[in-house]
Design a protein around this ligand. Structure first.
Ligand code: GLV
Ligand code: MN
Ligand code: MN
Length: 408
């Protein structure tokens, strides 16, 4: 049993063209116009495959294959997301949604009779670029937040998620969690360098690191850049820079376990000859161990208190996102390894450094992930690339694992 390789690749590259601007940059933020166009394409393909299309109250989009014989049974679910970061690649998330759809469509066309319904989902706002927290659609689906609260989240552009979902026609009526999956498997590009560097085809993802997102606001005093002696300054910009380097030092002394990123920063008044009165920036810290992640958060909080004294600034923090590390289902991880070995694909166990919808689905049912190599480990970048051979191998492993799971 094999997937239709050409159809999967065509859909992937077609979706990849949606949301590309005049400068060639691809951006489909959750519930924006480009993402609506992407959703429309995916929904059309789901209908072409003969799936029932359903949308829930947080805009998660599902293609459901149910037969007379398996109706009412808990489905096997797969899926990912089609929203992107700013100036993104074309594989992150989209590959998992379209490969999931391809697997279901191929099984359906082959006359396969699954003992359970099969469902592919595209979850809302996985990237979290427009609305925090990230992995929001799957979080709501798994019961970690109400749809009402999620729909009232205000984005970086001042929009309200629920209003945007309505505007693009994806404020659905199904209750999140309306289908209780018996298991969930997400196929994704690795987005890191390990599989490519080691020349391995398949990653059997056994766990996923914890993620902590905060927005930090530092307030100092606006003053003249030329006349104010250094010792007189309360410089919010310098204090922000110190926080960034403090976190880098924490990463370096963690033996490679902690990673920290400041991806957004804004100064006020943001003028060349004015000492910043205010710095607002984000800190994304991750570690595979919950106690270690908590220790990083505490170290950062203590450092911010110290800065108030040493730099004469005031600091406030806002929690944007917090996810504990997740251990995936050993039973499903073994199925991934078994399938890879049956096909003759090399395989190793791996940890997901990225946040994933699967981490939320793991709260509902046995869950695991399959990774394929990202060339040079580049992701969240238009240079993101995975070889067609690897894309197809991953989809074949997904097919094996999903069809085995429908029999349980
Ligand atoms: C999602 O892409 C993440 O930030 O890990
Ligand atoms: Mn992703
Ligand atoms: Mn991503």
């Amino acid at each position: 049993m094999k997937i239709n390789e050409e159809r999967l690749l065509n859909r992937l590259y077609t979706l990849g063209k949606i949301g590309v601007n005049e400068e060639g940059k691809r951006t489909r933020l959750a519930a924006d116009d480009a993402e609506k166009e992407g959703r429309d394409a995916v929904a059309t393909w789901m209908m072409e495959a003969g799936l029932r299309v359903a949308v829930d109250k947080i805009g998660n989009l599902f293609g459901i294959w149910e037969t007379e014989e398996n109706k009412g049974k808990d489905p096997v679910m797969t899926g990912s997301h089609i929203d992107t970061v700013i100036n993104a690649g074309q594989y992150d998330g989209c590959y998992g949604v379209l490969a999931g759809l391809e697997v279901i469509q191929s099984l359906k066309e082959s006359g396969y009779k699954p003992a359970r319904p099969m469902v592919v989902g595209a979850f809302t706002n996985e990237e979290g670029v427009r609305y925090s927290p990230d992995m929001l659609g799957s979080l709501v689906y798994a019961g970690g937040m109400t749809a009402k609260d999620a729909c009232s989240i205000v984005g970086i552009d001042g929009t309200v998620l629920g209003e945007e979902l309505k505007r693009i026609g994806y404020a659905g009526t199904e209750e999140p969690g309306f289908l209780t999956p018996s298991s969930f498997v997400e196929l994704h590009i690795e987005q890191g360098p390990i599989l490519d560097a080691e020349g391995i085809s398949i990653g059997a993802v056994e766990d996923l690191q914890g993620i902590s997102w905060q927005e930090i606001t530092i307030e100092g005093s606006q003053n003249h850049a030329g006349t104010t002696p250094i010792s007189y300054r309360r410089d919010a910009g310098v204090a922000a820079a110190k926080v960034i380097t403090f976190m880098r030092e924490r990463c370096l002394s963690s033996g490679g376990k902690t990673v920290s990123t400041t991806g957004c920063i804004a100064f006020e008044p943001n003028a060349i000859n004015v000492i910043p009165s205010k710095a607002v920036f984000t800190v994304d810290v991750r570690n595979p161990n919950e106690d270690a992640l908590k220790a990083e958060e505490k170290a950062l909080a203590d450092y911010l208190k110290e800065l108030e004294k040493t730099d004469g600034v005031t600091v406030s923090t806002k929690r944007l996102s917090r996810f504990e590390p997740v251990l995936f289902s050993e039973k499903i991880v073994e199925k991934v390894e078994k399938s890879a070995s049956a096909h003759g694909y090399s395989c190793r166990r791996i940890t997901s450094g990225a946040g994933q919808d699967a981490q939320n689905l793991a709260l509902m049912c046995p869950t695991a992930m399959i990774f394929i190599p990202s060339i040079n480990g580049i992701s969240h970048n238009p240079e993101e690339f995975s070889r067609e051979e690897d894309l197809l191998n991953g989809a074949n492993v997904l097919l094996d694992v999903l069809s085995e799971l429908t029999e349980e």
